[in-house]
Design a protein around this ligand. Sequence first.
Ligand code: MLT
Length: 408
Amino acid sequence: MVKINENYLKLKAGYLFPEISKRVNTYTQANKNSDVIKLGIGDVTEPLPKACINAMSKALNEMGTTKGFKGYGPEQGYGWLREKISENDFISRGCQITPEEIFVSDGSKCDSSNILDILGNDNLIAVTDPVYPVYVDSNVMTGRTGETLQNGTYKGLLYLAINEDNNFLPEIPQNKVDIVYLCFPNNPTGATITKHELKKWVDYANDNKSLILFDAAYEAFIQDKDIPHSIYEIDGAKNCAIEFRSFSKNAGFTGVRCAYTVIPKGLSGQNSKGDKVDLWPLWNRRQCTKFNGVSYVVQRGAEAVYSFQGKKEVNSLIDFYMENAKIMKSKLSTAGFIVYGGDNAPYVWVKTPSGKTSWDFFDYLLEKANVVGTPGSGFGLAGEGYFRLSAFNSRLNVINAMERIINI
Ligand code: MLT
């Protein structure tokens, strides 16, 4: 009989968000009159920017003509999109990222898992706790961790707790780790990192020849001018960091699918003989073999994000969700909740009241307020006692959800 990948058996029952959906479905089946407001998964709710729609419609029409038809595109993404990304997301911020260093893809979730394909199995890996579960699960699936411990953590991973005591900033490990995942603005806590603090990580990585996997999927939500949008704003980062970016949350592409990953030329690892090996050709090779690129139509949609109209529309989407976050934060704080995040990120990180566990609070809110959030413990052990609320919803739903929570 075929042998399975037993690493999958180490995984906790289900991925967090489908698990939440399952519980919500069970509840709504049993309570047919319930009117549930979902502030759980960070999925956008507002329509796509018109600039993107127009660009995609035009591209689709082109595809319907003999002259405009396109088959397979470049595995790395079309040059015109990579140029716009380089110019707008990096050069304009003083980061020397060339179009060639940008690989367009169908999502940061996939890229942040797939990157493991080009990295050795015996690296010591550090993640924050709480953390976006994909980083942990993808390491478990590929056999980079040991067994599950009783507390739900995995042997072999180094967990860096982020909590009120350290302002939700992971402390730099005393010893050398090979790979560290950093996500800022942070999912799930909504915390941010200053240039000064990020520089410490870049210096640590360069001193220890470590690799930082930097997830900047939420950079567009940064309001404070001093907070870096890219790790490449930090000197030395091109020698130690890969960055993941996404069109999902800024332009509402969660259902359209487009993202990109930056692999700087000259960023290297080593082989078992200790020789330096560049990562760019490995990732390029991986993409050419396993990926056929993002559709032409979608890439034209992503390109439109950088047009004058696109920028205007994306900014108003960001403003809309950040106003939601502001309302959530202010209503909950006034009602006595201890609330973090929400200032530069679309997530509000709430301390569960009266010592309730995260899942108890989940059940409590679902039953008493018909509001869905994400239990902090779903993001890791140190997330216990917290609850994440997403600002991605209509204004009315956000206001109603807050009123319901406050009036339980
Ligand atoms: C989340 O809710 O944490 C995000 O939606 C997950 C994701 O972007 O994959």
